[in-house]
Design a protein around this ligand. Structure first.
Ligand SMILES: NC(=O)c1ccc[n+]([C@@H]2O[C@H](COP(=O)([O-])OP(=O)(O)OC[C@H]3O[C@@H](n4cnc5c(N)ncnc54)[C@H](OP(=O)(O)O)[C@@H]3O)[C@@H](O)[C@H]2O)c1
Length: 325
């Protein structure tokens, strides 16, 4: 495994997204023992960056990681997120990035994760009701107190990134970025590079779609959030399958799997990028982590880079309202 820096934070180039172990996807929350084995296998393979959030579950994903990381904490760059639970009464799925809410949130995350510090603490979504300067200042205080090592933002636009960074340097921005979701390239990525902020692409496998393993929405449980996602809707599915097939064709040529090709393409975009593929399975941790050793040819990168745009938005309308674009 190779390692890169997200500003001053050294991480494995390929991390592990833990969300799906407890939240959002078919099978979430059904096999904690298997999920813990997947975390341990990732650590064996040199993965250090592990990603969660208080809203995943809510809370159960952090609790699961707390159990998984007992005795392993020092090997991990542990990332979690605040801002989608209002602890002052609104509860889960109510945005609140006030300083007071962050103070409450951090104590809960530390307790569930079984640690005395969070390595990378992200605001999960920009809160339109709270100036980002207040949020950045609150995280800065937690950094001064040793409870947090580095500050991150998720799905923030260029102006917010600049304003936050002016108060408290931002180490990483976590936003959706993959072969079928490239919206950050035009306005966000140049700002990250100008300010020396790392990029952590989430859903780097297109929520599983780019691996070729999703051939029909019939595969999804009732509570799988892809059921409501426009990319997976009936009218867009067939068009998008052609993209997954093209990734599979490149994979066949490269002697790799489609998941590995999707990750290797992201890694080829710069040494300031650390994707966090999500899986709850040991075998897929092994497969995804091995993408670190895959180098695609210039012709393969060109072919992938010129895939036609995906059909359908990557979020529901309600989710899209929380994104800065
Ligand atoms: N900041 C944010 O707002 C935000 C939003 C979404 C996600 N995230 C973070 O980003 C992480 C990754 O994103 P994600 O989990 O949404 O999407 P993803 O990594 O693109 O895809 C995950 C899906 O792909 C499947 N999968 C993983 N490896 C595979 C392989 N090699 N072959 C076939 N299928 C495979 C997983 O199923 P199995 O588990 O069954 O293997 C799961 O259904 C999350 O875990 C979370 O930590 C952050």
């Amino acid at each position: 495994m190779r390692y890169i820096k997200l500003r001053d934070l050294e991480v494995s180039r390929i991390g592990l997204g833990a969300m799906g172990m407890s939240h959002g996807y078919t099978g979430s929350g059904t096999d904690d023992a298997g999920s813990i084995r997947a975390v341990h296998r990732a650590l064996d393979l040199g993965v250090t960056l592990i990603d969660t959030a208080e809203i995943y579950g809510p809370y159960t994903n952090e609790e699961l990681l707390g159990r998984a990381l007992k005795g392993h904490r020092e090997k991990v760059v542990l990332a979690t997120k605040f801002g989608l639970v209002s602890h002052a009464g609104g509860g889960p799925w109510h945005q609140d990035s006030t300083a007071a809410n962050i103070r409450t949130a951090v104590e809960g995350s530390l307790r569930r994760l079984g640690t005395d510090h969070i390595d990378l603490y992200y605001q999960h979504r920009v809160d339109p009701a709270v100036p980002v300067e207040e949020t950045a200042g609150a995280v800065g205080e937690l950094i001064a107190e040793g409870k947090v090592r580095a500050f991150g933002l998720s799905e923030a636009g260029p102006d917010t990134i600049r304003r936050a960074h002016a108060v408290q340097p931002v180490s990483a921005v976590q936003s959706e970025y993959s072969l079928w979701t490239r919206g950050i390239e035009e306005r966000v990525l140049p700002v990250l590079r100008e300010l020396h902020i790392g990029l952590v692409p989430f859903s780097p496998l297109g929520r599983g779609f780019l691996t070729g393993a999703v051939r029909s929405t019939e595969q999804f449980d009732e509570n799988d959030f892809r059921r409501d996602n426009p990319r997976f809707s009936e009218e867009n599915f067939a068009h998008n399958l052609a993209l997954a097939d093209e990734v599979a064709a490149v994979a066949a040529e490269a002697g790799a799997t489609p998941a590995q090709v999707a990750l290797a393409w992201l890694l080829a975009q710069g040494d300031d990028i650390a994707p966090i593929p999500g899986t709850k399975r040991v075998s897929r941790v092994e497969e995804n982590t091995a993408a670190d050793a895959l180098t695609l040819s210039p012709a393969q990168l060109d072919r992938l880079g010129s895939l036609p745009p995906a059909a359908g938005d990557t979020h529901t309308e309600a989710q899209a309202r929380m994104l800065e674009r």
